[in-house]
Write a protein that binds this ligand. Structure first.
Ligand code: CA
Length: 374
């Protein structure tokens, strides 16, 4: 029986409330109380492996699993250690889900939308074209029933998902030629995953699935005409500016993409309750930490791209954006009609989005306009 520490939108403070704050854990969790209750086996050590879909130590995406491993090691005083593997070190980036599901390794860090072949609904836990931003998505996941639905979708695969970071609003991507109208999208081969890829296809483009490590050479060789990746911080690191001249915004297709930690349910169940709580709290901490890192680094990288590398950054034309928005509506309705679980999750997501954006219209959005003097 898996009892998660943070469920029903609240923290459980019953036995392990002292684990709530990272800085307090080592000081506050005295052994006496827990040993009396038999929850801790001080001698037992757990050694986990975590496979990821990113190059080892890649900025942002690849830093998150390393940060997780550091948090867990410190909070557990070394009772749980996690060794992180980059894409291709143990398994390829697109085999993370299967490796954790089958128990080959205990844990993975990836993006849920890579697993649409397992269940179409997985895509909704990463991001939705013209959907919620990071702040709103986190609210849905942790206070709007999203994480419970995510766990329902992954349960048949023996996996427990946790939100594992968010990049914030991404950019539309790198194009080898200008996009002046919908005509320029016809037959265009673009690396664009998930529901964004379905929308792109609806407008006549050809979505291609590639992991991050394959992007640069594919774009440079002309195997693809365009690619989205993340945003300035990560795109600069991959050197994508050397392979394409035009960098378009905004990231209509990925407005608040959530990464995922996935844990094998048997491995999680085998942990004592305090280590389970440490795993869960560490995922929550990393989820916020990644957004903080991207928010801090993206602008620095954008300035470098524009000033040092003379990258031409421009908005997608308004009529292209309108067509993408209209096509997104059609794709979401089609997907919801075709798959009951997709529909169930989408109803929850879109209903939450309607409510939160009603408030954000007069708070966040109005403030951005006020701040800009518009
Ligand atoms: Ca992306």
């Amino acid at each position: 029986m898996v009892k998660l520490f943070m469920t029903n939108n609240r923290f459980s403070f019953s036995i392990h409330g002292c684990l709530f704050a990272l800085s307090l854990v080592l000081m506050a969790c005295g052994g006496a109380e827990q040993q009396e209750q038999g929850a801790v086996e001080p001698q037992k050590q757990y050694k986990w492996k975590m496979v990821t879909s990113w190059p080892k130590n890649f900025p942002g995406l690849g830093k998150a699993p390393e940060t997780f491993a550091q948090y867990v090691n410190k909070m557990s005083a070394g009772r749980l250690t996690v060794k992180v593997y980059g894409a291709g070190e143990l398994v390829p980036g697109f085999e993370v889900f299967d490796a954790v599901s089958q128990g080959t390794v205990q844990m993975g860090h990836s993006g849920a939308y890579y697993w649409k072949g397992k269940s179409a609904a997985t895509q909704l836990f990463t991001t939705i074209p013209f959907g919620m931003n990071a702040q709103e998505t986190n609210a849905w996941l942790h206070y709007g029933g999203g994480i419970e639905l995510w766990r329902e979708v992954y349960k048949p695969f023996g996996l427990i998902p946790f939100a594992g970071g968010n990049t914030g609003v991404q950019l539309a991507g790198w194009f080898k030629k200008e996009i002046n109208s919908i005509d320029d999208i016809q037959g265009l081969k673009m690396r664009i995953p998930g529901l964004g890829g379905e929308v792109f296809k609806k407008l006549g483009g050809i979505p291609i699935a590639l992991t991050g490590g394959e992007l640069f050479t594919s774009l440079q060789s002309g195997a693809i005409d365009a690619t989205e990746w993340v945003g300035p911080y990560n795109d600069l690191a991959f050197g994508l500016y050397k392979a394409a001249d035009y960098y378009y915004y905004s990231g209509w297709h990925e407005p608040g993409p959530t990464l995922e930690f996935i844990v094998n349910v048997q491995a999680f169940s085998a942990l004592p309750e305090d280590l389970q709580a440490i795993v869960e709290v560490a995922t929550r901490a990393v989820n916020q930490d990644m957004l903080d890192e991207y928010t801090a680094r993206n602008n620095e990288a954008m300035v470098a791209l524009q000033e040092k590398h003379k990258v031409d950054m421009r908005p997608l034309p308004a009529d292209v954006m309108t067509a993408l928005r209209d096509a997104s509506q059609v794709v979401m309705q089609e997907q919801a009609a075709a798959d009951p679980m997709f529909n169930k999750v989408y109803q929850s997501y879109s209903s939450f989005q309607q409510k939160v954006q009603q408030y954000h219209r007069i708070s966040e959005m109005e403030y951005y306009l006020n701040r800009a003097g518009k």
